[in-house]
Design a protein around this ligand. Sequence first.
Ligand code: NAD
Ligand code: WQD
Length: 353
Amino acid sequence: VEMGSSVEQNILVTGGAGFIGTHTVVQLLKEGFKVSIIDNLDNSVIEAVDRVRELVGPDLSNKLEFNLGDLRNKGDIEKLFSKQRFDAVIHFAGLKAVGESVGNPRRYFDNNLVGTINLYEAMAKYHCKMMVFSSSATVYGQPEKIPCVEDFELKAMNPYGRTKLFLEEIARDIHAAEPEWRIVLLRYFNPVGAHESGRIGEDPKGIPNNLMPYIQQVAVGRLPELNVYGHDYPTEDGSAVRDYIHVMDLADGHIAALRKLFADPKIGCTAYNLGTGRGTSVLEMVAAFEKASGKKIPIKLCPRRAGDATAVYASTERAEKELGWKAKYGVDEMCRDQWNWANNNPWGYQKKL
Ligand code: NAD
Ligand code: WQD
């Protein structure tokens, strides 16, 4: 038996019923971890967790526990930590709609900041001091240079972004005060796609804010056309450029981060970009989706969306070198799997009559 592999490691996954959470939980179970989810189902449904169980099968499903709970409620967290020992926490739970955060900043600060501070308190009390945190490329603001490198100056553009920036700073302060903490801050670029089975995927409530869920709903006939925000950017085709990353690559990035936490006592508090390092424009993304789906996506060229950057993509060097992780999938696979999910579940997890 190899060192460290003899005992099954137990991972707490906050927000594990959500888009990135469900895909990561599937991979965690397949890699032999025990998983406990806490989620308040604010932006997700229990059917997503049922689908995770179905995907991994009954044996691995026995290693998964779901707890309905809210991180803003200290009692919910205490209940979890008092009955089992966690080796590490992957912290996805949070609100993420940029536009909503502008109109309702208190909700974002309460949920994202208070929830996370409560989580740290419980982790400290129960001596679980390893965390993988969901940060975001949003902390680069309007980057002055691309690709974005982890040591760039950070800047938030809206209340949502501010919660991520503050939570990164809080993590760095906690580590500075108590160096035994090991915290990995993962800065996701633009997560898209779905599990290749087409059984789990992103299912936003209401009209989607993000590009791929919007395209997907046009493809299945739920929305008439895609508004393309900006066609006069100084880019090749005039539309804005982003670094889209397949959610299964992202899920594997979390496994790599966990292994790094367990293996490297000197990790401290370190940020890593999770992106492909490649930029794709909105119009290129539409073309790739049309090719993957065989569906025409009608578009309307519209003015730029307030607060949007021209071009953002990741430097992937640090994650490659230190985590040994690199994205495997390109835009064609992202669109293929996004379409497979859409085509099999045009109404997401709902059973539309
Ligand atoms: P998601 O909304 O699908 O998942 C988040 C989950 O957290 C949901 O299931 C929600 O019900 C739960 N949750 C929210 N507040 C909670 C609370 N107080 N207590 C318990 N559960 C709570 O979002 P996602 O796309 O899977 O994102 C996961 C994380 O990654 C978030 O922190 C998000 O900010 C971050 N992130 C997402 C993206 C993206 O584009 N999807 C990009 C960068 C960073
Ligand atoms: C991508 C491109 C739009 C919708 C957001 C958050 C960021 C991170 C990821 C959480 C842009 C264009 C979009 C549409 C369009 N999330 N677009 N028509 O803005 O890069 O990043 O999600 O941390 O913080 O800001 O992603 O998918 O919204 O937009 O033309 O209907 O698609 O203008 O150029 P974005 P997005």
